[in-house]
Design a protein around this ligand. Structure first.
Ligand code: NAP
Length: 167
């Protein structure tokens, strides 16, 4: 089973500010949509609230101890129970990937079970209040990398890189 992180982070590891993304990167949002469509996505309650609705054409899992139920999403009181349930769901439905989509709490909670990283490195140093954990990439193998340039739809240059964990 692949358990991945899909995350956009600045040079100083910022991923969020005021419960929102710190940038507009339309092309990266298209990449996010394409990568996650038809997969199980797991997110923290704050990320769910920031998005504001279950994402269509994906199986939405939300981790929260304060919200019991969300129409169109499955809610779990612990990260472990969400991941375990997602594994069972994938096996039953012939799916092979669980995508953790944030935020900071969920990325930290799932780092030890994650075996794939899809990192969007946004070329900026920026103020924020939520950070991606520091990762020692010596245990990871880069599989591919694509560069994108700042333009009218994208606030900064960015690179999307995929890594797989070395066993
Ligand atoms: N740049 C990116 O790629 C990216 C991706 C996603 C999010 N973000 C940003 O990240 C920020 C949100 O991240 P965040 O770290 O503040 O919050 P988060 O991880 O989205 O959600 C935190 C909440 O999840 C629940 N939770 C997390 N771990 C739990 C556990 N082990 N057991 C039970 N519940 C748990 C708790 O909800 P309850 O309080 O309800 O119990 C907790 O308050 C926003 O700014 C968002 O825009 C950025």
């Amino acid at each position: 089973m692949i358990i991945s992180h899909v995350v956009a982070l600045s040079n100083n590891n910022v991923i969020g500010v005021n419960n929102n993304l710190p940038w507009n990167l339309k092309t990266d949002l298209s990449h996010f949509k394409k990568y996650t469509t038809n997969k199980v996505i797991v997110m923290g309650r704050k990320t769910y609230e920031s998005i504001g609705r279950p994402l269509p054409n994906r199986i939405n899992y939300v981790v929260s101890k304060t919200i019991d139920q969300i129409e169109g999403a499955h809610v779990f009181t612990s990260t472990e129970s969400a991941i375990n349930n997602a594994r069972d769901y994938c096996i039953k439905n012939s799916l092979n990937e669980i995508v953790v989509i944030g935020g900071g709490f969920l990325f930290r909670d799932t780092l030890s079970v994650t075996n794939k990283l899809v990192l969007t490195r946004v070329d900026c140093d920026i103020d924020g209040d939520v950070f991606y954990p520091e990762i020692d990439l010596s245990n990871w193998l880069e599989k591919d990398s694509i560069s994108f340039s700042k333009d009218a739809d994208n606030d900064y240059d960015f690179i999307v890189s995929t890594y797989e964990k070395v066993k």
